[in-house]
Each structure stands twice: as C-alpha cells, then as structure tokens.
Design a protein around this ligand. Structure first.
Ligand SMILES: [Zn+2]
Length: 105
C-alpha cells in the first residue's frame, strides 16, 4: 500500500498546530489516562466519565456547580481566620495562615 507511505521524511507538525488537538479542548484523566472532551468533563461535574476520578476544582468551578445560573452574592470577602486556641502544629497557626495562598485560576 504505497499510497499510505509518506514520501518526505522528517515532517514534524507541532502539537498546537494540529487540527485535532486545539489547546484546552481535551481533558486527560490523571488516573486512567483516557481522554475526553473538556465540555463533557465539565458536564459530569469534573469527574472522569471512564473511572469516576474527581478532579480538584477551584471555588469558581464549585460555585458554578452549586448555584443556579451562577448567581450569588459574595459577603465578607475579606474575612480571615483567627487563632483563639493559640494552636501550634509544625508551625503556629498564624504562621501557617501567612503562607502564600493558592491563587484562584
Ligand atoms: Zn479516569
């Protein structure tokens, strides 16, 4: 079947230029390594449709799942934790709170 054989050697197309792999369109499950459409993954509440692996999601994604039409009013956005028990683990609780927080997105 010579008509299936590529005549020119060393033709390499970068992944981002391939039509079938646009950026962000596919989600690969870290557990079962199977691929699914990101829309399908989102519609299944960020769980794998093959193995039911639950992906970690941020607060924005979680709010989308919780609230109808993603409508909510945030209150006390600047509220912070206190340390009334003077709790100490490997670090004191206030020191633990001062560690850089994970940024949304
Ligand atoms: Zn999976």
């Amino acid at each position: 079947m010579s008509w299936f054989t590529r005549k020119e050697k060393n033709i390499v197309t970068p992944t981002e230029l391939k039509r079938e792999a646009p950026d962000g369109l596919w989600y690969k499950c870290p557990e079962c390594k199977k691929v699914m459409h990101t829309r399908e993954h989102k519609n299944h509440a960020y769980t794998c449709i093959h193995c039911n692996y639950h992906e970690k999601i941020g607060s924005e994604e979680y709010f989308e799942l919780l609230f109808d039409n993603n409508e909510f009013t945030e209150t006390d956005a600047n509220m912070t934790s206190q340390d009334p028990l003077k709790f100490v683990d490997t670090k004191s609780y206030p020191d633990q709170l001062r560690l850089p927080r994970r940024k949304p997105g």
